[in-house]
Design a protein around this ligand. Structure first.
Ligand SMILES: [Zn+2]
Length: 466
């Protein structure tokens, strides 16, 4: 028998989705072996984590690493992006592969597998984004679920690039329903946005703020409502990504109250940033261009409330970084700015301060919304909890160790930080991925390739979180 490496995290406070308790956590090999009052086995490494919270590794189910978009490539690859993930307490991400061939999905999965393999520091899975939902593509959806890609994504926006029309969307929903897969939607009315963008540019309104003003809240609320109705008609399970405003969240709740299998997330930046960030001068305003856009601050408290009540059951990041040079392409035309913000490293620290410290979420709710519920929804059975038999994806968070935001502490491959100059009150001390210490107080210790592809199961949970 080979001797398996053992690590005992001693004296910390474990946070689970349903409570907190003082307990040691024993990791043997790649799994959690025991939780409680545990004696260190002979030869085990003992780490004193007193004063710290011990959390299940966060899962980010909405990232775009090395994503080709608007003629560019997002600036984090699977090496840099997963270093940043680990530094932010994230031990698993589910990234979007995007259909590239008109009549099938397999080549996209191979392309994304090729990018991630041998590069990642934490585990990863894929959703498949369908951009051309013809019959051949729909036939190919089963090959995806067979390969462990159990969720699909449709864009109701980005007309002429990624957008899916309602007929194709309905057909995809029906196929996903039959496969037991989840359909995710980017819900914005792409036709109306296209009209408003053309009008704005014609009127000479080219600054970054007009990105947000041409995507008003109603285009998100309308598309959210339409997607929910199509899910209701088809009987498919729907997941609405990046809900930004109270008007759209209200549509989710109304659908849930009708008994439809609709669930949804928001992202860190929509709880923290506002539309006014786009009014910053020059390229700085472009840093905050993402879709749907950042909203008026009056949405923050309603969104927190939807998160607290589980109507918005999870919080991800939609991490999609572009450098100053890439963002500058649209300095004189907001419609040319690549959409996306660098956030993958910051979710835990931001939600801790703005959620837990501010009294809006309990630590258990934070764990549930960023890990446990995501694992359940996206078919990641081995992850999302600190319990014997689970993958030893464990984060040691020190609430009393402040850490600066900024490019000097960031592992993201981007030459600015949207929270530059701010300080988080607590920070990640250690991140373990399947028992291996990936991140240790400012250092990445693993080589690229430690992270593995995770096949996800179908028949994912539908309906409303508890
Ligand atoms: Zn996205």
């Amino acid at each position: 028998m080979t001797e398996e490496r053992a690590t005992l995290l001693q004296g910390g406070r474990v946070v689970s989705a349903d409570g907190e308790y003082d307990a040691d956590v024993l990791v043997v090999g790649e799994r959690i072996a025991a939780v409680g009052d545990v004696q260190a086995p002979p030869g085990a490494t003992v780490i004193d984590v007193s004063g710290c919270r011990v959390l299940p590794g966060l899962i980010d189910n909405h990232t775009h690493l090395s994503m080709p978009f608007m003629g560019m490539m997002s600036s984090d690859d699977y090496d840099t992006g997963t270093r940043a993930a680990a530094a932010g307490g994230v031990t698993c991400l589910v990234d979007f592969a995007i259909q590239r061939e008109p009549d099938q999905l397999r080549s996209a999965l191979e392309e994304w597998q090729g990018r991630a393999e041998g590069a990642a520091h934490v585990d990863y899975g894929f959703h498949m984004a369908i951009t051309n939902a013809n019959e051949a593509t729909i036939d190919d959806m089963q090959a995806m679920t067979d390969a462990g890609v159990s969720s699909f994504k449709l864009f109701m926006a980005y007309k002429g690039e990624l957008m899916t029309r309602d007929d194709a969307m309905t057909a995809c929903l029906e196929r996903a329903r039959d496969l037991g897969a989840l359909t995710m939607v980017h819900a914005e009315n792409g036709d109306v946005i296209d009209l408003l963008v053309k009008r704005a540019l014609h009127a000479g309104q080219t600054d970054a703020i007009h990105h947000a003003l041409t995507r008003p809240e109603f285009v998100e609320a309308e598309a959210t409502s339409r997607a929910a109705r199509l899910a209701e008609y088809t009987g498919a399970s729907l997941f609405v990504v990046h809900v930004t405003c109270a008007a759209a969240a209200a549509e989710i709740e109304a659908a849930q109250q009708r008994g439809i299998a609709v669930s949804a997330e928001t992202c860190t930046q929509y709880l923290v940033n506002t539309i006014d960030d786009l009014r910053r001068p020059g390229v700085e305003g472009c840093h905050y261009i993402c879709s749907p856009p950042l909203r008026d601050a009056s949405n923050h408290e309603p969104l927190w409330d939807y998160v607290r009540r589980g109507v918005l059951e999870s919080v991800s990041t939609d991490h999609c970084p572009f450098t100053n040079e890439q963002k500058s392409r649209g300095l004189h035309d907001f419609s040319l700015v690549p959409n996306g913000m660098p956030v993958i490293q910051h979710r835990l620290a931001k939600l801790w301060d703005e959620g837990v410290v501010a009294g809006r979420l309990t630590p258990s709710q934070l764990v549930d919304r960023t890990s446990t519920t995501i694992a359940r929804r996206f078919g990641l059975a081995g992850k999302g909890a600190i319990a014997p038999g689970k993958d030893a994806d464990v984060v040691v968070f020190d609430p009393a160790a402040p850490r600066d935001y900024g490019t000097h502490t960031s592992f993201m491959n981007v030459d600015y930080d949207v929270y530059e100059g701010e300080t988080a009150s607590g920070s990640v001390r250690h991140t373990f991925s399947r028992g291996t210490l990936v991140y240790d107080r400012g250092q990445i210790l693993t080589e690229p390739g430690h992270g593995r592809f995770v096949a996800r199961s179908t028949a994912v949970g539908a309906g409303v979180a508890a």
